[in-house]
Structure formats: C-alpha cells, structure tokens
Design a protein around this ligand. Structure first.
Ligand code: GLN
Length: 259
C-alpha cells in the first residue's frame, strides 16, 4: 500500500515539474532578459555621450521602447566604432544595431533591417569663418574632406570623386566628432555627414552647413540575417510607437519643436 502511494506521488511530482517546465519554456518569449544594442555614440542627436558620460539619444530611447514592447526587460548598450557594428552583429556580440544606420543594398546582403524610422541626406559642413562655401561636391576638388569610416557619406565622396575625376583628399576618421574637431582646428576644409547630425554640429561647434546633397537615405535598426522573430517584434513595436504620442515626444526631446 505504501509503495503504491509512493509511486502515485512520484508520478504527480513528475507531471507537475514537466508542466511547469513546459509553461516556462513556451510562455517566456523572448527568452533573453536584455536586448544587447550596439551603437557608435558620436552621432547627435541619434546617439551621443551626455555631460554625465551616459550614452543617450533618439535611437537609444527608441530602441529601448521597442525592446520593452517586444517583451525584454531592458537594453544593454555596447559602444564601438561605426565600422565595427556589422561585424559585431554577425559575430553575435550584439543583437541589434541602433546607430543611425542607412538601409543600403550592400548592407542588406549581410544584415536584416527593420522598417525605416528616419530620413536623411548628406551635408557639406565647413568652418563658420572660413569663407569657403562649396555649392556641390565638385567644389571640394583639391580640398581635404573628413568623413567617418564605413559610412554612406564616406562612400559617396570617394565614389563621386572617382567617377568625376576629382582630386579630393578624403581623410577618414573613426568618429564624426573627431572629424568636426579637426575641421574647427583648421586641419581639414570640410566634413561630409548626414544632414540631421550636421544640424546638431552647427549648434555645438563654430561650423555651418554649406550645402545639402539629396541622397534620400533611410535609417533602420539592423539584426542578424534570419532573426525573423526579433525583426517582426521590432517592426510591430515600431509601428505602435510611430502611431502613439510617444513618437512626437521623442522628436520633441531630441530635435526640439523644429523636428
Ligand atoms: N547614416 C550613415 C550611414 O549609415 C552614417 C551613420 C553613422 O555615422 N552613425 O553610413
């Protein structure tokens, strides 16, 4: 009799444990607590370092919102140079890139992008007091131009110069902030950078936008190829946020009312 009771109890215990295991395995999607976000914080107002040394910005707030909506507890931020982001993603060091990254055909071969969340062009930035006012890329002939390695701006200047036989000395920097500092110090003649970021640099440094080159770029968040579940969850959350008052609040916070 005692033995039978023991067997019955054992069977019940096993069923309960199996049930709980099944419940936790299936109910807790996503299975990870934190979404690991890679960013290059030299691209204000999308990602930059504030006075207290924190990584902040439009992209950071937005991806945090999306992650939380997708069921993550929070995000973990990993910073690196812009051109290290895609390798870090494909090697599994980060789960998503949030770094004002333009959706390009080239990049789409290696990563998957969410739907676009922002639009930008390229701007030619010059020193306020230099008297040099290029109206187009052609006017950069014979000049030294700073870009950030691995960006669409860098590609644009280099391929344009090559195609049009221009003699532009392209100086590559690991970050746009360093390029702008060299511009301010007079070491280079211009910087080619995304237009919304150029506007922020105009406010922070004695530099001015000489001209805007229409490139019609769109920013997206990037995930590893084949991470369909994460991609869909982020896209769903992105649409929710865009259709909620949170979207305008974010724009207001990082771009001011001019947006
Ligand atoms: N949007 C540009 C690109 O994708 C620049 C991004 C950046 O420097 N963070 O190349």
């Amino acid at each position: 009799m005692n033995r039978l009771l023991l067997v019955v109890v054992a069977v019940i215990v096993i069923i309960v444990i199996a049930g709980l295991a099944y419940y936790f395995a299936t109910s807790q999607a996503p299975t990870k607590e934190y979404l690991v976000v890679g960013t290059s914080p030299d691209f204000p107002p999308f990602e930059y370092i504030d006075e207290e040394g924190n990584v902040v910005g439009f992209d950071i707030d937005l991806i945090r919102l999306l992650a939380q909506k997708a069921g993550y507890k929070d995000i973990k931020i990993v910073t690196m140079d812009f051109d290290s982001l895609i390798p870090a993603l494909t090697q599994g060091k980060i789960d998503v890139i949030a770094s004002g990254m333009t959706i390009t055909e080239e990049r789409k071969k290696v990563v998957d992008f969410t739907d676009p969340y922002w639009e930008a062009d390229q701007a030619i930035l010059v020193r306020e007091d230099s008297g040099f006012m290029p109206k187009s890329i052609d006017d950069l002939n014979g000049k030294t131009v700073g870009v950030q390695t691995g960006t669409t701006g860098a590609d644009y200047v280099k391929s344009y110069a090559e195609e049009h036989g221009l003699n532009i000395n392209v100086k590559e920097y690991s970050s746009f902030v360093l390029a702008v500092q060299d511009l301010v110090n007079g070491r280079i003649d211009a910087v080619v950078v995304d237009s919304p970021v150029a506007k922020m640099f105009e406010q922070k440094y004695p530099v001015t936008i000489a001209t805007i080159i229409k490139t019609g770029e769109q920013y997206g968040f990037a995930v590893r190829k084949g991470e369909t579940e994460l991609l869909q969850a982020l896209n769903k959350a992105l649409h929710e946020v865009k259709n909620s008052p949170e979207w305008n609040k974010l724009i207001e916070k990082y771009f001011g009312s001019a947006g």
